[in-house]
Design a binder for this molecule. Structure first.
Ligand code: CDP
Length: 239
């Protein structure tokens, strides 16, 4: 979030650099069962983002010190592959990937019926193979699909979208240029059936009105993406 208000990213017709209108999502595709050895998996493309998520478990939690007597624990690892971006990425865990793993785990713990699996662990590996802004949203959304694909009971799936502000205009689903040069970014994790939130981060400044518009874009987008998730889980794939 650079806040370079002078970099022109909306043309005279109100279209964005990738041709979208302010309320449009990037193209999304969702496939399940893409990692044959996993208990559940999902490949999601969102613009030129691509995430592959594999779910293993429930299994006995090791080491024992991480066990909870009354519930399962989620072991979430988000990783951006070194080749996923044109920027130079140092391989392995860093502060950013730890932070994203933690907020993803917290969001998913709100929906997974953990108490059904005492002393167990469910491992969720999120690998970003192509990154174009909003990868935390793609990873979290794809993780929900992978958990459902693994047959893990949940109260709802989490859908995550980041709207924000560029050139003083609020837009849905920021792409890379918009994320880099925009003025604000509001990623949210939404439960589409209840409209509840399980994740929210905000970078930059939004007025109350702008915040409401970004919120509404995220809420509407969550419904649209949720339909695609359900379609993909029914076996048709989704695009
Ligand atoms: O991906 P997300 O928007 O959730 O997180 P971010 O930290 O705001 O990063 C925005 C984008 O910057 C990523 O999606 C990548 O395209 C890029 N990025 C990168 O190329 N190298 C990094 N070490 C971190 C981010």
């Amino acid at each position: 979030m650079g806040g370079y208000g002078d970099v022109q990213m909306i043309d005279e017709n109100g279209l964005r650099v990738d041709g979208r209108g302010p309320g449009d999502l990037r193209e999304i595709t969702i496939e399940t069962g893409v990692v044959p050895v996993a208990d559940g998996s999902c490949r999601m493309t969102w613009g030129t983002n691509e995430a592959i998520v594999a779910v293993y478990g429930p299994m006995e939690a090791h080491p024992r010190k991480i066990q909870r007597q009354d519930r399962a624990v989620l072991d979430v690892a988000y990783n951006m592959a070194p080749f996923s971006t044109t920027d130079r990425m140092r391989p392995g865990f860093n502060r950013r990937s730890r932070e994203i793993s933690k907020v993803t785990k917290d969001a998913l713990e709100s929906v997974v019926l953990l108490e059904l699996y005492p002393r167990s662990k469910i491992r969720i590996s999120i690998e970003i193979v192509s990154a174009e802004a909003g990868t935390r949203c793609v990873g979290l959304t794809a993780a929900s699909v992978a958990l459902a694909d693994a047959g893990i009971p949940m109260t709802d799936m989490v859908v995550s979208v980041a709207s924000g502000k560029i050139n003083d205009i609020v837009v849905c689903d920021l792409n890379k240029e918009e994320d880099n040069y925009g003025e604000a970014d509001l990623p949210m994790g939404i439960l589409p059936n209840s409209g509840e939130l399980v994740f929210l981060q905000m970078d930059g400044d939004l007025s109350q009105e702008e915040f409401k518009q970004a919120w509404d874009y995220n809420m509407d987008a969550a419904q649209a993406v949720h339909e695609m998730m359900v379609e993909a889980l029914k076996g048709g794939g989704s695009q």
